[in-house]
Design a binder for this molecule. Structure first.
Ligand code: SOE
Length: 380
């Protein structure tokens, strides 16, 4: 018999769906001691909350997050609302003794993040931030190869996250998915929304960063605000590029924009080591490109590894279909739920915890500070 873990989800947007789907599927594919129970969904709009509950199988709804957090029948609170609400909900949930799962980025900034880390650690509750790309099998395999020393000394880390959905100046800011354009709700633009993913992966694969120098731009300076109906200043970064240094001596280049016409969600990274290099591309997420200089000269070249084997040597894949068949974006969330539940079972917390995710927040803060000062900034 598996033990129930009662989930209270707050927010029902894109991430609310991704997480709900993952809760429903994890136990079908992974052998786990705990199983999530979709106890309650919370959203201010009762009709929308009920519709979501009916679609995804939540047992009940709430329209105030404080009521959800206070409920005795909730074990874990999952935060899927705009960034400016993460702190208050996470701190209250931890105080109420709930486990806390928080959508990325952890917080609006490091200051808030520190308080969230303190709250979950004081309460001693399991906690995790949804940086899902770590759990794409090819990305997890990149981590294994690096940890095994296959790349040798690392010289370069290069990451890019490109989108094009905010180019129209008619697009308003604020409200539903468009809160991402409102600095009061999001904290920042592409830095916290997209580069945060790239930074999380980079810190995980290549260790800490020490300093950065960045530039940002806001191409559309004013947009109508959905909530006030007025044209207001846009205070988010539409694009951000930065250079950085890692503690291991390697150099970083990162770029993100929502103004790269033709790109919807192109997340790529490349790592160049002394012995080998790897490349990954979200649009071809099953493949890891690998070049090994130790290969026999006449056969040397980039290998395109389709990460789908079932012999246990390629992460996660032995839980799915049959060798050669693919999984997709949503499975990275299923893996994250499975790892979280496994962490409860073994006592070894699933990463990234709030404390680990705070490191990404520190880099984001340094990036934004550097863009403002036009100077190099240290990662604190
Ligand atoms: C923005 O468009 C967004 O949905 C991010 O918020 C997600 O974190 C990213 O994975 C895809 O793009």
């Amino acid at each position: 018999m598996t033990k129930p873990l009662n989930i209270g989800l707050i927010g029902y947007g894109f991430m609310g769906k991704a997480h709900s789907n993952a809760y429903r599927r994890a136990n079908n594919f992974f052998d786990l001691k705990y199983h999530p129970v979709l106890k309650a969904i919370c959203a201010r709009d009762a009709v929308a909350a009920q519709k979501f509950a009916d679609t995804w199988g939540y047992e009940s709804i709430e329209t105030e997050w404080k009521k959800l957090v206070a409920r005795k029948d909730i074990d874990a609170v999952d935060i899927c609302v705009p960034n400016n609400l993460h702190h208050d909900i996470a701190v209250a949930a931890a105080k109420a003794g709930k486990m806390v799962l928080c959508e990325k980025p952890l917080s609006m900034d490091t200051k808030e993040g520190l308080k969230m880390v303190a709250a979950v650690e004081k309460a001693g509750v399991p906690n995790m931030v949804w940086y899902n790309y770590r759990r794409v099998p090819a990305v997890t395999m990149a981590k294994q190869l690096i940890d095994e020393g296959k790349l040798g000394r690392i010289f370069h880390y290069r990451a890019v996250f490109l989108q094009d959905w905010t180019i129209s100046s008619d697009l308003p800011q604020g409200g539903n998915a468009l809160w991402r354009l409102d600095a009061k709700a999001a904290g920042s633009g592409v830095t916290g929304d997209l580069l945060a993913h790239c930074i999380d992966t980079a810190l995980w694969l290549n260790g800490k960063m020490t300093s950065v120098t960045a530039m940002t731009e806001t191409f559309i300076k004013e947009r109508k605000h959905t909530l006030t109906g007025k044209v207001e200043k846009v205070a988010i970064d539409d694009a951000c590029a930065f250079l950085g240094r890692f503690e291991n001596g390697s150099l970083a280049t990162f770029e993100s924009t929502r103004y790269a016409r033709g790109h919807k969600a192109l997340y790529t990274f490349e790592i160049n080591g002394e012995k080998a290099s790897i490349k990954w591309d979200l649009h071809d997420l099953h493949r890891l490109q690998y070049f090994d200089h130790r290969d026999e000269g006449r056969l040397r070249g980039w290998r395109s590894i389709h990460v789908s084997d079932h012999d246990g040597s390629q992460p996660y894949m032995d839980h799915w279909w049959v060798p050669g068949l693919q999984i997709g974006y949503e499975h990275s969330f299923v893996h994250q739920v499975a790892d979280f539940l496994k962490g409860l079972e073994t006592g070894k917390p699933a990463e990234p915890t709030f404390r680990s995710a705070l490191e990404t927040q520190k880099v984001c803060d340094a990036v934004l500070a550097s863009a403002k000062s036009k100077q190099w900034a240290k990662v604190k």
